[in-house]
Design a protein around this ligand. Structure first.
Ligand SMILES: Nc1nc2c(ncn2[C@@H]2O[C@H](COP(=O)(O)OP(=O)(O)OP(=O)(O)O)[C@@H](O)[C@H]2O)c(=O)[nH]1
Ligand SMILES: [Mg+2]
Length: 495
């Protein structure tokens, strides 16, 4: 049987790989990764034989783009086995181009005479021109968001999910350049969205200088690896994105330990596959790894660190329990603010207690529980505590890590469920919060629903008459709320 033969050359013209294919195609070996984003080309070109008199195949051209080769060429041979025609192509440097490659005219070997380095300089020049346009725009952390959903998922849930993952991206300083949504009977076990669709997206990603693919689902380690093997983009999923945000926002020792623990547990399940791709996977978004942990650590070290963190957290928990007991002895009622992330919980705590806890238009601004006291007339007093926000499908690594903190909500005498009534998805948010409260065994605690942000309420939203409506920011409706808190607590106590 005849086979295709290929050589991969570097810029000095040295052969760095010799590749043997079958009669139809050639499989390019794993090439070393290049990370520089300024230099768009890999510095390698592939020249291979075609056994039949035909030009570059779709597969050749896809490889050219995904591997960012300097160029790809196919040489056909005549009946006597001598070279006949040369077909070449290079990447189209224009990110807006319809077709991401440019085919050159086929040349007969007898007329072959061109200086490859000249072609290359011109090409890099073009790349740089286009790159400067992006510089002024947004160059770092450019991402595509990819959502793959079951065929019967309602459009509303898809919209909700996509807008939430975009919001998460924004919080993590990721710039979303575009999104792709696909509905499927079932997920493709290796490539999630199917090889054809994935390649199409990856081609666009290379063209548009995309560094990250953010999947709105949890990927298996082998899926993540497979996808990022096709080209040089980093692949992250929803869990990693949330972990990353948590890692940025954790302030206290407790919070930092909890997040690092969650990150390490996530990493541990994926360590057997640790390789170059894995370190990109675990490297977080801006290259941040878990805590102070080096990315190259082995499984043993991860386990040691997990054990240490678990011990430390136990100690911290004991200390918190002591504080709690002391508080319980004083019989001061504890009121906890809960709700979806960004609902305005910290703002409410600030407004009710004249404090300045961090409140930001970002998801998960609060990770560490903060407590403040409020005094009512008649010597009455409560402890008000702010907590980490909830989100639908919170990754289990995080639920577990924060369980200790969340379990303390069980000591509360009253929960204030803050709802961002200005968010078009607020009904879904309420459902998610109720589900999480149920899972944490907190559904039996007295609860007040508070519709917040009524100052920016959408006209079509009608909140039932007798609900509590406030604006934490403008401090309206707070007196009614305080009255309700007081009567709920003390009337309940009197019974
Ligand atoms: N217009 C308006 N904005 C509000 C109101 N309450 C809060 N916000 C804004 O909503 C954003 C989120 O507020 P936070 O208090 O940080 O929300 P949170 O629930 O603590 O959020 P996380 O801690 O991130 O889960 C901030 O930009 C606030 O200024 C309100 O009543 N009206
Ligand atoms: Mg907060």
């Amino acid at each position: 049987m005849y086979r295709q033969l290929g050589i991969i050359l570097n810029r000095s013209g040295e052969i760095v790989h010799v590749v043997l294919g079958d009669s139809k195609s050639i499989e390019i070996p794993h090439l070393e990764r290049t990370r520089s984003t300024s230099n768009r080309l890999r510095g390698l070109r592939l020249i291979h034989t075609h056994l039949f008199d035909e030009g570059l195949s779709e597969e050749d051209l896809t490889d050219l783009v995904l591997l960012r080769l300097d160029s790809i060429s196919a040489v056909t041979i005549d009946d006597e086995g001598f070279p006949k025609f040369l077909y070449s192509a290079h990447i189209n440097p224009d990110p807006e181009a319809e077709i991401p490659w440019i085919l050159q005219e086929k040349k007969h070997f007898s007329q072959l005479q061109f200086d490859f380095s000249e072609v290359l300089y011109a090409l890099e020049d073009e790349f740089n021109k286009h790159a400067t346009k992006i510089v002024n725009f947004q160059r770092e952390n450019r991402a595509f968001v990819l959502g793959v959903y079951k065929q019967n998922t309602p459009q509303r849930s898809i919209d909700f999910s996509i807008s939430e993952i975009k919001e998460l991206c924004k919080t993590a300083d990721i710039f979303v350049v575009g999104d792709f949504i696909q509905k499927r009977q079932s997920l493709d076990p290796t490539t999630v969205m199917g090889k054809g669709k994935l390649k199409e997206i990856l081609l666009k990603a290379v063209q548009k200088n995309i560094e990250l693919l953010v999947f709105d689902l949890e990927l298996t380690p082998s899926q993540a690896k497979k996808i990022s093997d096709y080209c040089d983009v980093k692949v992250i999923d929803r869990t990693q994105l949330i972990l990353d945000i948590f890692a940025r926002n954790a302030k206290s020792r407790d919070g930092k330990f909890q997040v690092e623990l969650a990150q390490l547990k996530y990493l541990k399940g994926r360590l057997s596959e640790l390789d170059d791709n894995m370190s990109r996977l675990t490297g977080g978004i801006g290259g941040r790894g878990p805590g102070e942990t080096k990315l190259e650590i082995g499984k043993r070290r991860v386990e040691d660190r997990i054990n240490r963190l678990e011990k430390e957290l136990k100690q911290l928990k004991k200390r918190r329990e002591l504080n709690r007991k002391r508080r319980n002895k004083n019989l001061i009622p504890v009121v906890a603010i809960v709700g979806y992330t960004n609902a305005g919980k910290s703002t409410l705590l600030n407004s009710l207690t004249n404090s300045e806890v961090i409140a930001e238009n970002k998801l998960f601004a609060t990770l560490d529980p903060t407590t403040r006291r409020i005094r009512f007339p008649e010597e009455r007093e409560i402890i008000l505590s702010d907590t980490v926000g909830f989100i639908q499908d919170l990754p289990p690594e995080l639920t577990n890590a924060f369980k200790a903190t969340l379990e303390e909500l069980g000591d509360s005498d009253l929960l204030l469920h803050v709802i961002d009534a200005s968010n078009p998805n607020y009904l879904e948010h309420i459902k998610s919060v109720e589900k999480i409260l149920f899972e944490l065994n907190l559904s039996n605690i007295n609860r007040i629903q508070i519709y917040n942000k009524i100052d920016i309420l959408n006209e079509n939203v009608i909140i039932p008459e007798n609900e509590i409506k406030i604006s934490s920011l403008n401090k309206t409706g707070l007196d009614d709320l305080l009255n309700l808190i007081e009567t709920t607590l003390w009337n309940a106590k009197l019974q």
